[in-house]
Design a binder for this molecule. Structure first.
Ligand SMILES: Nc1ncnc2c1ncn2[C@@H]1O[C@H](COP(=O)(O)OP(=O)(O)OP(=O)(O)O)[C@@H](O)[C@H]1O
Length: 257
């Protein structure tokens, strides 16, 4: 099992500090959700932590190795990444898009070894894409395509999974299914970190929340410990009601704070 550690990551661009001294540890067996307002630096922090942006200060390591020292294939064997923008303009069959997730295992689409084919089949089943495997990906709906990209990330079967707003295009049922899928992956021993805008889903499924505001992580802890009306007002500027139910915390955002 692998551990991703970010220590004091900072990033500046356009004369602004977009990420300011952010530290966190992504450990196996935990579903961590990164939450914060638009533009607070969440995507930038993920990209720094994965070595896709050069930090102006701080470092990120996976199992003790600097992420930026890892080759793309070596990094992809440790961590699967689902970016926020997922352009796909070509009429590639869905199965081949998902098989790209196996690239770190030396696979070219169309030449899958039995192990790779099984991993692709598991990802297709997990994302409920059966029946769409032969469709050209550019004919899918936005939500279907979002699930294909998620399946591509899952097919890697990497110990760590980092996803940037994976449920943004999904209807409520699929949102819950994907959040539950991430929770199951965490229970199975993966370390999962995902940006989440839906605070009710975060309250329901996250083991741990990283709260980001103005480029900084301002709170890091369990839902129980960190999700309070005062923090929601401070970080998001919203008024919220939080009820304890048998399923955990239930959250209703009632308006601006
Ligand atoms: N290369 C860049 N040059 C200048 N500004 C940038 C650059 N990259 C990002 N930014 C700005 O940095 C801020 C943080 O962006 P980022 O995408 O990390 O935020 P986010 O929290 O993921 O936002 P969202 O929830 O809207 O996706 C934004 O104001 C964005 O416009």
């Amino acid at each position: 099992m692998s551990v991703l550690e970010a220590r004091g990551l900072s990033f500046e661009a356009g004369g602004r500090r977009l990420v300011a001294g952010a530290s966190f540890r992504l450990a196996p067996g935990t579903l961590t959700m990164l939450i914060g307002p638009n533009g607070s630096g969440k995507s930038s922090l993920l990209r720094l932590a994965l070595g896709l942006l050069p930090p102006s200060a701080g470092s990120a390591t996976i199992d003790g190795a600097e992420v930026r020292s890892l080759s793309p294939a070596a990094r992809a064997r440790k961590v699967a990444y689902l970016p926020q923008t997922r352009p796909l303009a070509w009429p590639v069959p869905v199965r081949d898009v998902i098989a790209l997730g196996r690239f770190a295992h030396g696979v070219a689409p169309g030449r899958l070894a039995a192990d790779d084919a099984r991993a692709v089949a598991r990802a297709i089943a997990a994302c409920r894409l059966a029946g769409l495997e032969d469709r050209a990906a550019d004919t899918l709906s936005g939500g279907e395509l979002a699930r294909v990209h998620l399946a591509r990330a899952l097919a890697a079967e990497a110990p760590l999974l980092v996803a940037d707003e994976p449920v943004a295009a999904l209807d409520p049922l699929y949102q819950h299914e994907v959040a539950a899928l991430f929770a199951r992956a965490a229970r199975a021993g993966h370390g999962v970190l995902t940006v989440m805008h839906d605070l009710a889903l975060a309250a329901r499924y996250a083991d741990r929340l990283l709260w980001m505001k103005d480029g900084a992580i301002v709170a890091d802890g369990t839902v129980e410990d960190t999700m309070t009306p005062a923090r929601l007002a401070d970080v998001f500027g919203v008024a919220a009601r939080i009820d304890r139910s048998a399923d955990g915390l239930a959250l209703a955002v009632t308006g601006p704070a």
